[in-house]
Design a protein around this ligand. Structure first.
Ligand SMILES: N[C@@H](CCC(=O)N[C@@H](CS)C(=O)NCC(=O)O)C(=O)O
Length: 256
């Protein structure tokens, strides 16, 4: 029995970041799955761990850790195993630059699109009174707004267009960076790659007109190389829903 417990949803976006970091490091952990589409993250029991009602969260002994990127950095420092943050200060800066850019600017746009096309439609057929009660108990006002918009289809055309624009800019930036080096932010596989994979693994399916072998060969090379890693395969095998099956697109090799 490990003294590490990870509270997570599918290996995807924020939950997948600490899952994959733990598995890359070879750190055993207890997996506590929360079904985001069943609003498990707002259950009173879980709010004792993370009062914000978001996932992931991790406990290590009596320490409680939240924020997916900060958890990954903790995991890299606190446990043995391959280093996912190199010692060179410029590499560290580049890795943190990319993680901040992805977390703050790019991921919210991916998320808005995902919530609009997948999360909202997945839950809106539930009983209306139950949905209202579930939304009303969400601790963070901004998350309540996001859930309402997703469930009732209220994301505006302007905000969806801005998210799509950011996804386009982000894809171009990833392609440019990956045309200069093998990995995203240093010459070694790092936390920036773990972070980026969780954001981008389904791009060839979700944005096929912007990310494919012809337009973004370096992104595809990079995604396939990460998916070929045993830790990534093991991590995605932990998924419980069809969502994770999207990663299978990376098993297809490019035939010119
Ligand atoms: N900045 C936080 C964001 C956490 C977050 O918003 N997670 C999403 C899932 S990717 C969540 O819990 N959403 C559920 C909700 O808002 O109810 C982190 O990186 O850990």
């Amino acid at each position: 029995m490990s003294d590490v417990t990870l509270y997570h949803w599918e290996p995807n976006a924020n939950s997948g970041k600490p899952m994959l970091a733990l598995m890359e490091k070879g750190v055993p952990f207890n997996s506590h799955y929360l079904d985001l589409l069943n609003f498990d993250q707002h259950d009173p029991e879980y709010l004792k761990i993370n009062p914000l009602g978001t996932i992931p969260a991790m406990t290590h002994g009596d320490r409680v850790l939240t924020e997916s990127t900060a958890i990954m950095e903790y995991v890299d420092e606190a446990f043995d195993g391959p280093k996912l943050m190199p010692s060179d200060p410029q590499d560290q800066w580049r890795i943190r630059w990319w993680m901040k850019f992805m977390d703050q600017w790019l991921a919210p746009s991916f998320s808005m699109i995902g919530w609009s096309v997948f999360v909202g439609p997945s839950v809106r057929q539930k009983d209306p009174d139950l949905l209202k009660a579930r939304i009303d108990r969400i601790p963070m006002p901004e998350r309540r707004v996001a859930w309402r918009k997703a469930i009732y289809g209220l994301f505006s055309d302007a905000e969806m267009a801005e998210s799509q624009r950011r996804v386009g800019v982000g894809i171009q930036m990833l392609e440019d960076a990956l045309s200069k080096r093998e990995w995203l932010a240093s010459d070694h596989y790092s936390l920036a790659d773990v972070n980026g994979f969780n954001l981008a693994y389904a791009l060839p399916l979700s944005q096929p007109h912007l990310s494919n072998d012809d337009l973004t060969p370096n992104i595809l090379r990079w995604l396939r190389a990460i998916y070929a890693r045993p830790a990534t395969k093991a991590c995605w095998a932990m998924g419980k829903t069809d969502m994770v099956k999207r990663v299978a697109i990376l098993e297809q090799e490019y035939i010119a």
